[in-house]
Design a protein around this ligand. Structure first.
Ligand SMILES: [Mg+2]
Length: 77
């Protein structure tokens, strides 16, 4: 896995999320759960291959998100 392969890995994640959407449409919570798990596995696999410290990135981003106003200050629609 290299940086050049990132688009392939991202599309694999999208495929799993599409399968989750299909499970939702079928009103199948068990299949939905499995497809969400597949998407997360794909993401963590990619991060591992890229040697990304995704745990730290999540923690940093959660701290940033806490400083943001609701809907980034946009009005409700
Ligand atoms: Mg799947």
């Amino acid at each position: 896995m290299t940086w050049d392969n990132v688009p392939i890995y991202l599309m694999l994640v999208v495929t799993e999320l599409s399968e989750a959407m299909e499970a939702w449409r079928d009103d199948n919570p068990e299949a939905f759960k499995e497809e969400v798990a597949d998407a997360l596995i794909r993401i963590f696999h990619m991060c591992g291959d890229l040697k990304m410290d995704v745990s730290n990135a999540i923690n940093v981003k959660m701290l940033v998100n806490r400083t943001r106003p609701y809907k980034h200050g946009r009005k409700r629609v």
